[in-house]
Design a protein around this ligand. Sequence first.
Ligand code: KQY
Length: 367
Amino acid sequence: MARTLDSTPAADGFRMPAEFQPHAGCWMLWPFRLDTWPAGGVPAQEAFAEVAAAIARFEPVTVGALAAHFESARRMLPGDVRVVEISSNDSWMRDVGPTFVVNDAGAVRGVDWRFNAYGGLTEGLYFPWDLDDLVARKVLEIERLDRYRAPLVTEGGALHVDGQGTLLAVESCLVNPNRNPGLTREEVAAHLRAYLGVETVIWLPRGVFDDETGGHVDNLCCFIRPGEVLLTWTDDPEDPQYEISREALAVLEAARDARGRKLAVHKIQQPGPLFLTKEECRYLQSGEQGYCRRAGKRMAASYVNFYFANGAVVVPRFDDPRDDAALETLHRLLPERQIVTVPGRRILIGGGNIHCITQQQPARGSA
Ligand code: KQY
C-alpha cells in the first residue's frame, strides 16, 4: 500500500538522485489543452509521441492520458509505451509528477509538491489546476510508492540536483509571492533541503528570458555529472539573455557544491531567438482564464531542456543554424551516451520542452 508520510525525506534518509543516474522508467502526460497546443493538439501529440518513442529505446515509458484521449494516445504511441488513464489540466509531467527520492537501501519514495499552475490565480498560466495537483499522487499510487506531501508550491522543472547534495534553483521562480508568499529565500531553501535531501542550494538569479514559468532552472542550466554544469548562452550583447546568462555564470563560478568542489561550467549557445508565427497561433484558442500565446512572442528556446535516459540524452532540435553546434557540444561533453534528437518546436510552442514533459523514476538501488 502507498502511504502518505508526515516526516520528510531528509529526516528518513532519502534524497533526490541525479537525472543522469539509472532509471526504472520515464513518465509523461498526453497533451490536449487547446489554449496551450495549436490545431486541436495534434501536432503536439505527434511530437510527444516522438519523444516517448525515442526514450522507449532506452527505458520503459508510461504516458498518462485523459479518458477521452486514451484511445487516440494508444493508437499514436508505440506498442511498448504503457498508456494509463490519468486526468490532468495540462501535460507537464516534470512539473506535476512526483519528484522521486531514494535511500541507501535502494528504496524509492515520491515527493508531491503543491502546484498552482506556475503562479496561482493572478500570475498563473491557467485555472483550474486541481487535476494537475493530483497527478503526482496518482503516479505514486500506480507504483505503490510512499508519498511525502510537501508544503512548498513548486514544480519539478524548478529543481536540478547532482545527486551528491547540491541543488540548482532559480530565485525569481521559487522565492516569489506567486508561489510561496511570505517565505524568505532561506525558508524556501530549508524546505528544499528537507524534501530533496540536499545540503547546498545554488541560487541562480533569473531564468531564460521570457520563460512563462517565471524561470525554471531546467531551461537554463543543468548538471551533466557531479561538479559539471551546462549553461544556456548567447554572445549577443543586444539579447536580453546575454545579461541573464552572465549573471548565472558569475554565481556558478563563485559557487562550491555540497562536496566543496568548484563547478566546471560548460556553455551551450541558445537557438534563435525563435518567435511564435501567425500560422502557429492561427488554430490556438485563447483561454479566458490564462496565458495568451500571440504571434511574434519570443519563445524560451533552449537546448538545455533535454532528458537523460539510460545511456542516452534526448535533445530538442529546432531546425536552427545552431542545432549542429549544440549537438557537437553534447557529443563532446557526454561521449558515453547516445545523443538522440527529436523536433522540439511543436513542444516549445506550449512553453517548455523535452525535459518539461518527462519525469524520470529512478531505478531501485540507484542511490
Ligand atoms: O520548464 C518546465 N518544466 C515546464 C514548462 C511549462 C510551460 C507551461 N505552459
